[in-house]
Design a protein around this ligand. Structure first.
Ligand SMILES: Cc1cc2nc3c(=O)[nH]c(=O)nc-3n(C[C@H](O)[C@H](O)[C@H](O)COP(=O)(O)O)c2cc1C
Length: 309
C-alpha cells in the first residue's frame, strides 16, 4: 500500500517514518516501526555517545530492518562525533533536526554512503540543505511537536515540493489516514509522525506524559523556548505560561533562567503537536501504521468517487 519512491530509496515497505523523539522514542519504538515496514529513528538530543551506541545495539537486537539516527546539530563537535558513530555503526540513514547540519557534516555522511534527510521548517532552509547535497527533505509544519518554525504544514509542504528537486516528506500534524493522504496530495512522498507514536505501548513516555497527551485538546499546546532555548511545541503547563508572560513583560535574564529551570524541573509534560486532540488511545505502533494506511485507502477511494461524481 502506498509504495512510493522513498520506500525504494530507504529500503522500507511503507512511507511512514517515526520522527526522532527525545524522551519518547527509544529502541523499542524504533524497532517496532521498522519491523512494521516503516523507518524507526533514534534521537541523539541530550544523549551521550555511549547512550547512542547502546540504543543502536538494542534496536538492532530487536530488528534487522533499516533503522535511522537523528542528529540534532548542537555544535560542530557534537554533530561530528555523532556522525562518526553512525559511520562506525553502519547506520544507513541519518535525519537531522532543528538546525542546519552544515555542508561538511552532510559531505562526511554522504562520503560514507549514508542517506541524509534533514528536517526543515521553511523553503529557504530546504533550498540550503538541497545545495549541501542531501538526498531528501522532511518539511515540518509548526503544528508539530518538538522544535518548530512558524509555517503550518498545509502551506509549507507544497511550497517546499515546488522549490526543490529531491523527494519531500511531510511532518507536522499527521496522526491518521486523513493526514497521511493529505500529505501525499500536497506532493509529499511519505510522512514523518512524532506525537501520535508517543501514545504507543512501545514509546518511552512516562505515565503522566501519556495521560496528559490523551487528555489534551488541540488548543492545549504552546510554543515556548523555555525547554531547550529554541521554540518547542509542547503540552501547555502553568509554568510555561508563567514563563511566556514574564518574557513578554520584560523579566530579567536571571528571572527567566530561574523560570526555565522550574519548567524543566517538572513544569514540562512533554513536546506534543496540535494533533493531540486526535489521540484517544494507546495503540501498538504496527497496528497504528496499518490503520493509517488502510484508512488512507478508504479515504482515497471516497475522493476518487467524489471527483467522478
Ligand atoms: C516528544 C517529542 C520529542 C521530539 N524530539 C525530537 C528530537 O529529539 N529530534 C528531532 O529532530 N525532532 C524531535 N521531535 C520532532 C519529531 O521528530 C517529528 O518531526 C514531529 O513530532 C512531527 O510532528 P507531529 O508531532 O505533529 O507528528 C520530537 C517530537 C516529539 C513529539
Amino acid at each position: 500500500m502506498f509504495h512510493t519512491l522513498i520506500c525504494d530509496m530507504l529500503g522500507i515497505e511503507v512511507p511512514i517514518l517515526q520522527g526522532a523523539m527525545q524522551g519518547a522514542g527509544g529502541p523499542r519504538l524504533a524497532a517496532a516501526v521498522s519491523e512494521a515496514g516503516g523507518l524507526g529513528i533514534l534521537h541523539t538530543f541530550g544523549d551521550t555517545l555511549d547512550d547512542l551506541r547502546r540504543d543502536i545495539h538494542e534496536t538492532r537486537a530487536l530488528t534487522r530492518k533499516p533503522i535511522a539516527v537523528n542528529i540534532t546539530p548542537m555544535g560542530k563537535a557534537f554533530t561530528r562525533s555523532r556522525a562518526e558513530l553512525c559511520i562506525e555503526e553502519n547506520i544507513p540513514i541519518v535525519t537531522t533536526g532543528r538546525a542546519d547540519p552544515g555542508e561538511s557534516a552532510v559531505r562526511m555522511l554522504k562520503d560514507a554512503g549514508i542517506i541524509v534527510i534533514p528536517v526543515v521548517p521553511s523553503v529557504e532552509h530546504a533550498k540550503r540543505v538541497e545545495a549541501e547535497g542531501v538526498d531528501a527533505i522532511i518539511a515540518s509544519g509548526c503544528e508539530a511537536g518538538g522544535h518548530v518554525g512558524n509555517v503550518a504544514s498545509l502551506p509549507l509542504i507544497p511550497q517546499v515540493v515546488d522549490a526543490v528537486k529531491v523527494p519531500v516528506l511531510a511532518a507536522g500534524g499527521i496522526a491518521d489516514g486523513r493526514g497521511f493522504l493529505a500529505a501525499l496530495a500536497l506532493g509529499a512522498v511519505g510522512v514523518q509522525i512524532g506525537t501520535r507514536f508517543v501514545a504507543t505501548p512501545e514509546s518511552d513516555a512516562g505515565r503522566s506524559y501519556r495521560a496528559a497527551l490523551l487528555e489534551a485538546r488541540e488548543t492545549d499546546t504552546i510554543v515556548s523556548d523555555s525547554m531547550t532555548g529554541a521554540p518547542v511545541r509542547a503540552i501547555t503547563t502553568p509554568q510555561i505560561i508563567a514563563y511566556e508572560k514574564a518574557k513578554n513583560s520584560g523579566a530579567t535574564a536571571a528571572e527567566l533562567k530561574a523560570m526555565r529551570q522550574a519548567v524543566r524541573a517538572g513544569g514540562a509534560k512533554g513536546p506534543a503537536g496540535q494533533n493531540t486532540g486526535m489521540i484517544h488511545d494507546i495503540q501498538p505502533a504496527a497496528e497504528l501504521m496499518h490503520q493509517i494506511l488502510s484508512d488512507a485507502q478508504t479515504y482515497s477511494r471516497r475522493i476518487v468517487t467524489l471527483a467522478n461524481s
